[in-house]
Design a protein around this ligand. Structure first.
Ligand code: UT7
Length: 322
């Protein structure tokens, strides 16, 4: 048995912040941002928290799947920007959508969070423990962005995407995940610093800090490597893969991956220009976009691939069975 995607949903906040808007607050330009990243604009949340975005994406995915919230056994939310330290975002979503019979928890794997969530569900399904699951990638990274740091504030955006999964006989074919904590400093957002009754300092909140070039180098190596591993392991030729659905971090990373795989850019759909890097939400947002454009057909083989802070990475080979 395996995880079959039976519904996809997405939701982004309505406020659009363009590169030109950002050029008014930091020393940057539309030309610099677009040529280095492929980003034109991003959505920024004004009122909605991560769990609000996640719950709306979840409702849409459930509607698409034709499944009622009460039928869900499991909710796994990938996020690095939850509303609270506790309760988990997944529990908040459970309450918001009325998934009264589900067990719910978050997974922290940064931009690889959606892939990790999918693979966790796959494990439960293979063990026969659950039948219907909801996975979500949702972020309000805008709240952990240093809006004075031009090297990071131009990259990220807010949004959410979700998938409903059924334990079935068609869907995920193979998957892999990896982590390397020794690279943790490449991309980091510290939580509240230590500060308590025994310390002189008061707690401070951290913001996203990044060594962009190291992350770039890591991504252009790991992404094609994991895709090739999955193809080799399953004796799958490049011709059999319809699309590579990559985490939308930077158009140049996607182009570099395509070059290494010797595959044409048409097989790498993108939403980066309109949403920026939405971390764990980027893969389901892209799947939703592809679905709306009629790009995904029953029987298509696709590979999803995500990477992010940790460093973490993961990839999934699946057959589209909606
Ligand atoms: O989900 C994973 C998240 N992270 C990533 O995927 C990040 C991966 N890395 C990248 O995408 C790229 O490294 C960046 C887009 C972040 C940066 O591009 P780069 O080509 O590596 O630029 P750089 O860091 O080498 O900076 C080049 C120059 C520097 O100026 P000097 O030192 O050459 O004078 C920067 O200060 O560009 C400057 N710069 C900017 N200029 C205008 C950095 N940010 C900006 C900016 N606007 N926003």
């Amino acid at each position: 048995m395996t995880a079959r995607i039976v519904g996809i949903g997405a939701y982004v906040p309505e406020t659009i912040v363009t590169n030109h808007d950002l050029a008014n607050i930091v020393e940057t330009s539309d030309e610099w941002i677009y040529s280095r990243t492929g980003i034109k604009e991003r959505r920024i949340s004004v009122k909605e928290e991560t769990s609000d975005l996640a719950a709306e994406a979840a409702r849409r995915a459930l509607e698409h799947a034709g499944i009622k919230p009460a039928e869900l056994d499991l909710i796994v939310l990938g996020t690095s920007s939850p509303d609270c330290n506790y309760p988990s975002g997944a529990c908040e979503v459970q309450a918001k959508i009325g998934a009264v019979n589900a067990v719910a928890f978050d997974v922290s794997a940064a931009c690889a969070g959606f892939i990790f969530a999918l693979n966790i569900v796959q494990g439960f399904f293979k063990a026969g423990i659950y039948q219907n699951a909801l996975i979500i990638g949702a972020e309000t990274l805008s709240k952990v962005t240093n809006w004075e740091d031009r090297s990071t504030c131009v990259l990220f955006g807010d949004g959410a995407g979700a998938a409903v999964l059924k334990n079935d006989d068609c869907g995920v074919i193979d998957m892999l995940m990896g982590s390397d904590g020794t690279m943790g400093d490449f991309l980091k957002c510290k939580s509240r610093t230590l500060g308590n009754l025994l310390t002189e300092e008061r707690p401070e909140l951290g913001f996203t800090e990044m060594n962009g070039q190291e992350v770039f180098r890591f991504a252009v190596k790991r992404v094609p490597e994991s895709i090739e591993t999955l193809m080799k392991r399953n004796q799958m030729s490049k011709e059999e893969i319809k699309y590579y659905v990559l985490h939308q971090a930077n158009e140049r990373i996607i182009e570099a991956a395509a070059r290494r795989l010797k595959e044409p850019m048409e097989k790498f759909p993108m939403t980066i220009s309109k949403y920026g890097n939405t971390s764990t939400a980027s893969i389901p947002l892209l799947l939703d976009d592809m679905l709306k454009k009629g790009m995904l057909k029953q029987g298509d083989k696709i590979i999803l691939s995500g990477f992010g802070a940790g460093m973490t990475w993961g990839a999934v080979l699946l057959e589209w069975c909606i």
